[in-house]
Write a protein that binds this ligand. Structure first.
Ligand code: KMH
Ligand code: ZN
Length: 276
């Protein structure tokens, strides 16, 4: 399939509504953002949710309601974050799977994350991977640094393929503490794709000002794209992002220029082995 899977990551756990008023934090805001982004060519939504005060939460009831509302309002592949915020305990992160998403993230190692630590112990990763296998939830393996690709190869060798049988990774680049958002780093990660099963696919996202560099590098290397206000709140130097739709529209334009237009939601499901 020659098109591009565009994932939108609209909210994240790091920005606050007070500082970024355009950030979708309520369920209504999230669903209308999702609809806009789907219409522009997004096929996956990577979801972090907020509580009534706009703070990050992994509340099980809210997660279930979010999955239901996104399913009802869109055909997007719903990918819940199992990463949460750096302060979330492992038990709450594992319980995210109980909300029954089609996909969930699975980060392949511990990384410094700004002033915090995004902790992902080996045993925790194994737990996430095997629970997703049991529940037919397709993982997106999140890679913040090169060595995490080696951990992924080890995970798959020891514990088998994920639900759906297809391996898809996302290079999350330029987190302060992780790999840089550069073409060189992306090429290094792509080189290690050879250690993953034949046909494995990758997407990439560049945090902050590396966003456009990473879009261009990923498209030119045959990769897919993730964009959204989880990853960048500045459209270009000195210009705040107006909406997630603005970022998806830009990603779509780049993908079309590269002659790899956005895949539809059903094409993305077929590629990634995701069953609705
Ligand atoms: N919020 C970060 C600490 C994920 O969603 O799986 C973790 C994160 C990764 O965003
Ligand atoms: Zn996330």
């Amino acid at each position: 399939m020659t098109g591009t899977v565009i994932t939108v990551a609209p909210t994240g756990a790091e920005s606050s509504k007070a500082v970024v008023p355009a950030l979708p934090v309520t369920l209504d805001e999230l669903v209308s953002t999702a609809k806009e982004c789907e219409a522009l060519g997004a096929s996956i939504i990577h979801v972090h949710i907020r509580d009534a005060a706009g703070e990050p939460t992994l509340d099980p009831g809210r997660l279930r309601a979010t999955v239901a509302a996104l399913r009802q309002g869109t055909d997007l592949i719903v990918q819940l974050s199992s990463g949460g915020a750096v302060t979330d305990p492992e038990s709450a992160r594992l319980a995210v799977l109980d909300a029954g998403p089609e996909m969930a993230s699975c980060t392949m190692g511990t990384v410094n994350f700004g002033d915090g630590v995004f902790l992902n112990r080996w045993e925790f990763i194994v737990d996430l991977h095997t629970r997703m296998q049991e529940r037919n939830i397709v993982p997106e393996y999140e890679i913040f640094d090169l060595g995490q690709m080696t951990s992924l190869a080890r995970l798959l060798n020891k514990y088998g393929l994920p639900a759906g049988g297809h391996v898809h990774v996302d290079f999350v680049m330029n987190v302060p503490g992780g790999m840089p958002g550069t073409t060189e780093a992306l090429v290094a990660c792509k080189a290690v794709m050879k250690d993953l099963p034949e046909g494995s696919t990758f997407a990439a996202t560049g945090i902050g000002r590396s966003t456009v560099d990473v879009i261009l590098a990923s498209l030119s290397a045959g990769g897919h794209l993730r964009v959204g206000m989880e990853d960048t709140i500045t459209y270009k130097k000195g210009v705040p992002v107006e909406s997630n739709a603005q970022l998806v529209a830009r990603a779509k334009a780049f993908a079309e220029l590269a002659d790899r237009p956005p895949l539809t939601t059903s094409q993305a499901r077929e590629l990634l082995g995701v069953k609705r």
